[in-house]
Write a protein that binds this ligand. Structure first.
Ligand code: NAD
Length: 337
């Protein structure tokens, strides 16, 4: 397809700015034509920084633009499901940030609207597009490491988001661990049972907002493999993103990425600089490759690489984790739905 696909973007916060930059500077065959945000100042600043020609007052106005073929939803989590429904009804294809919602009725209504309208939906699980995670997946799929027995994911943020973000995020399992639940499915397939423990060890205000900031999750996969996920909202040394799959013929492990490959050796220590600090630095390439995949699927009609079902499934795991954590017991995925 030679014509550029025209898209609009809603939500010009942290991730919206990344996608706006990716769409305008890194991905061909797409034109980011319109931005909106309830914070109009933020939308105007993003438009100026990225060279987007138009800012509109609200999402409705964006959907009313008949020249747009697709929307990129980067607003707060509580807006995703209603925004998907409205976009589908307006006949726009949709790229939506994770998670779709923390509520299965809302997710199912959104997926139903997409199906009825015959539009395409991709849910933004960018880590699938990271070169390290892709290599681990290849090591599993090719049989290089034999039958997988164990998955271990370490996923820690350098610092917690603002409390206002936490309040509309859906909670740690839906906001943060959701990436790791998706990674677990991506690498080892369907999960059968979840056992989770959580605590408030980083910031008591997170507990006052009804959330946790630290978690350990045990997964039993349908294929018999076992998984563990470890989360913290605060790692003082930076973004800690490591994955290991251990199998009958070996193991595949990814480490953190660093700004350089230098070690400084002295009479006292052998040291190196801290890892890349957060998602913007660590996953920048993956944001580009996931957006390229979305635009390519729209252009050639190929299946979306991350579907609406892929958006729903980790939410079910997150619900099982929340139930497990609250009731202090293992929870079967089948119990949730
Ligand atoms: N895939 C990733 O790596 C990744 C990283 C960060 C955030 N996210 C997801 O992206 C979403 C946004 O996260 P963020 O960190 O950018 O948050 P943020 O708070 O920085 O930005 C959200 C933006 O949405 C705007 N907004 C809220 N309600 C709106 C509405 N009704 N209409 C228009 N604009 C509205 C806010 O004004 C704000 O500018 C969340 O769902 C989060 O889970 C994904």
């Amino acid at each position: 397809m030679s014509e550029r696909i025209r898209v609009g973007l809603v939500g010009t916060g942290r991730i919206g700015q990344i996608h706006a930059r990716t769409l305008t500077q890194m991905v061909d065959s797409v034109e980011l034509a319109v931005l909106t945000d309830v914070n109009q100042e933020s939308a105007r600043a993003c438009a100026a920084a990225c060279g987007v020609p138009k800012v509109v007052g609200d999402y409705r106005a964006l959907l009313d633009d008949s020249t747009l073929q697709a929307v990129v939803i980067c607003s707060s989590t509580d807006t995703h499901a209603p925004f998907i429904v409205q976009a589908a009804q307006a006949g726009k294809h949709i790229f939506c940030e994770k998670p779709i919602a923390a509520d299965l009725d809302k997710i199912d209504a959104a997926l139903d609207a997409v199906e009825r309208a015959g539009v395409r939906l991709m849910v933004a699980f960018n880590r699938r597009f990271d070169a390290n995670h892709q290599r681990i997946k290849k090591a599993i799929d090719s049989g290089e490491i034999g039958t997988p027995h164990r998955l271990h994911v370490v996923s820690r943020d350098p610092s917690p988001p603002p409390i206002d973000y936490i309040r509309v995020s859906g909670g740690l399992f839906f906001d943060m661990t959701i990436h790791d639940f998706d990674m677990a499915r991506f690498l080892l397939g369907d999960v059968d049972e979840v056992y989770a423990a959580g605590g408030v060890l980083v910031d008591p205000r997170i507990g006052e907002a009804g959330d946790i900031d630290t978690a350990v999750v045990t997964l039993k996969f349908k294929n018999g493999a076992l998984g563990t996920i470890e989360n913290s909202r605060q790692a003082v040394y930076g973004y800690d993103q490591r994955v290991e799959v251990f199998g009958s013929k070996g193991a595949a492990r990814s480490d953190n990425l660093y700004p350089n490959a230098v070690t400084i050796s002295t009479g006292q220590s052998v040291a190196r600089d801290l890892p890349l600090n957060f998602f913007l630095e660590r996953y920048l390439d993956s944001y580009r490759t996931e957006m390229e995949a979305f635009i390519r699927s729209l252009a050639d009609g190929a299946p979306m690489p991350v579907t609406g079902f892929d958006g729903r499934a980790p939410v079910v795991i997150a619900m099982a984790a929340l139930t497990s954590c609250r009731e202090n017991r293992p929870v079967k995925i089948a119990e949730i739905g």
